[in-house]
Design a protein around this ligand. Structure first.
Ligand SMILES: [Zn+2]
Ligand SMILES: [Zn+2]
Length: 323
């Protein structure tokens, strides 16, 4: 007999059937809070900032199937914001390993219907809705992800979609709010024709994420006046691939938008083999804009300043690729 069944029988005999569930709930909660302490402490110290935690910095099929870099997406945590952006394979596991309780989420954003962006979306929704027991949170995703298109079926089931409080079909220029942060969808030029990026307006100014996209005429208008721009740079300079971003595309976008800081992330296998730090250096040389290549476990604090902090423990493994 399972320990939990024995415990239940014991408690029922003791005349306290409801207490069992309460105790079990507390046990689960305390297990989570022990794991969460690490990041929670960091976040509490920076309540006047937003933390962008790079749970994964890999992109594309070969990086995904080898996990040369993690493909867990980005967690964004602020005072009234706990959002997971592009929960690819590993998002749930790495979130828990980094002490970020997925049950605290209040938004899940999915930029398009490729597996390195959407596979863990359903389990993250299950966490956000406390095991599908309570309608909660915002789900904002591309049309292909929510309803499908000519190429793909919906990536997230109707069952999961109906458990969120607010479901947003993110097409370019659609705006919505999570807490005090106003978010808008930006246009992307990718092999999923419905792909979008996201732009976040905060009390500290704006930051944005391009998602997978090639350079196209007019892309810069979506990222004007952002302080921090995160670009999904799959390929290094000189290796163009239709519908995807190279370092050369990134340079053009940065030259037209002039952010205060840029981060290269969602790195493909060619990019990793070439050396993302070298590519970031090239961007900096050409544009004059401070640029870093993201590493797994890195946290960016976005406030009056944009500060970087490398992860601890397992997250450090990403650094071997970096240096
Ligand atoms: Zn991708
Ligand atoms: Zn893609």
């Amino acid at each position: 007999m399972a320990v939990s069944s024995k415990l239940r029988i014991f408690l029922e005999r003791a005349g306290a059937p409801c207490t069992y569930w309460l105790i079990l709930h507390k046990v689960i909660q305390s297990a989570f809070s022990a794991q969460s302490r690490n990041h929670a402490d960091i976040i509490n110290m920076h309540m006047n900032k937003l933390d962008l935690i790079f749970l994964g910095t890999g992109g594309g099929r070969f990086v995904t199937i080898t996990q040369r870099r993690r493909t867990a997406g980005i967690r964004i945590v602020g005072e009234d914001l706990n959002l997971h952006l592009d929960p690819g394979p590993g998002a749930l596991v790495h979130s828990i390993n980094e002490g970020l309780d997925p049950q605290k989420l209040n938004a899940v954003l999915v930029s398009h219907s490729h597996p390195d962006h959407y596979t863990d979306a359903e389990v993250m929704i299950e966490a956000m809705t406390h095991g599908m027991t309570k309608k909660h949170g915002v789900l904002a995703a591309a049309k292909s992800v929510l309803v499908g298109n000519d190429l793909v079926e919906a990536s997230i089931s109707k069952y999961h979609q109906q458990m969120v409080e607010q479901r947003i079909e993110a097409t370019p220029d659609v705006k919505f709010k999570v807490g005090n942060t106003e978010i808008s969808a930006t246009k992307a030029g990718h092999t999923d024709p419905d792909a979008v990026g996201f732009r976040f307006e905060t009390e500290f100014g704006a930051f944005a994420y391009t998602s997978d996209s090639e350079y196209f005429e007019g892309i810069a208008k979506y990222y004007q006046h952002v302080r921090l721009l995160m670009l999904c740079v799959m390929r290094p300079s000189g290796k163009p691939w239709k519908g995807h971003m190279t370092t050369d595309d990134a340079i053009r976008i940065i030259e037209e938008t002039r952010p205060e800081q840029t981060i290269l992330t969602h790195l493909g296998m060619n990019m990793i083999l070439q050396g993302p730090a070298k590519e970031a250096e090239l961007v900096k040389e050409r544009t004059g804009v401070p640029t870093v290549a993201a590493v797994d476990g890195m946290t960016v604090s976005f406030g009056e300043n944009v500060d970087f902090k490398m992860g601890k423990g397992k997250a450090q493994q990403g650094l071997t690729d970096f240096f």
